[in-house]
Ligand binder design. Sequence first.
Ligand code: SF4
Length: 402
Amino acid sequence: MNPLDLLQKRSDGALSRKFSRELLIPLNEREQEILSYFKHNDQTDWEDWRWQLRNRIRTRDVLAPMVPLTEQEEKGLEEGAIGKLTMSIPPYFASLIDPDNPKCPIRLQSIPQGHELTTSKEEMRDPCGEDKHSPVHGLVHRYPDRVLFLVNEMCAMYCRYCTRSRMVGDGERTLSTETYKAAFDYIRAHKEIRDVLISGGDPLTLSDKVLEYIIQNLKSIDHVEFVRIGTRIPVTLPQRVTPELVDMLKNYSPIWMSIHFNHPSEITDRVKAACNLIADSGIPMGSQTVLLKDVNDDPAVMKSLMHELLKIRVRPYYIYQCDPIVGSKHFRTPVSTGLRIMEQLRGHTTGYAVPTYVIDGPGGGGKIPISPEYIVERKKDRYVLRNYSGETFEYFDPQIDE
Ligand code: SF4
């Protein structure tokens, strides 16, 4: 269906809100090409997040005509990497893959590689030790005043380095109402919990109704001051960010959204439109970025990502060292790479564009901030400090009178 026909459909109440925003973005050539591989293929389908979810690319045979596969990818697809973590790529996200570039950052994140079949000695199934901090199914209570609520096991796209690959993808289960209720009861009984991070899987793969059920229950607990949603959907499936979704979310303000962005090429016109809609609804957004070899381990790429994020009103929040999940060695970089990136950000760009670089203490230590050293020397009553360009300064430290 061409965009004009769709515009006419805007007079239809149900369709008008659904398509009004997306219609401003015509399909590009690659999107049209990817869409042509599917049976029912007009723009109505492309803009429908449920169609995108139903038609996620999950097998080698569907993917191969769209992207000439490398030897590593063939190996990953044929030798069982998808048995460890299933492949799933929404047609929209597949349209971002550069078929001619084996190092395309989008394909590295989404197509399995043979490397995933190699396990290194430091790798773990649950590197963040979430399971041992789980008092009831679906909840992780590691820090005193906040909990992580894993509300489902499904994502639109399975990131090949996923920390939760032990639980996502396989069966794509949603938790039962009884499990949700047990989690609400736990939170209600623990008055110290003031902040709930809803994650999964990806909570935005749930319907608006189920999501609202979860948020409403959490918000009905007096001591829960606010709720955060951790998601990668605005990046991998921006069509999911509908006016109906944000209308529902803004009823439960304050809600914050932590979005997982890894590369500037993820910030397309559709993603910009989705983030605009979220920001205009008064929902503050932060980004979480995983440091990945060949994807974003270059200071220039990382700086460009941070700048693009600020332009769409997403505040860079964390850069994570990639967790030592099983089969992740090809993604992990030395800590010195992360420090070099931080060194190139701090002082060299807007402070808002400088996230915190963290390593999750393996086995359940929580997030530990890592920063380049700016204290050159510590003396009795003064510090010798260096600034971003290497100049040193003495700061006299006020002494406390005994
Ligand atoms: S969206 Fe998050 S939970 Fe889902 S596969 Fe990616 S990193 Fe894992």
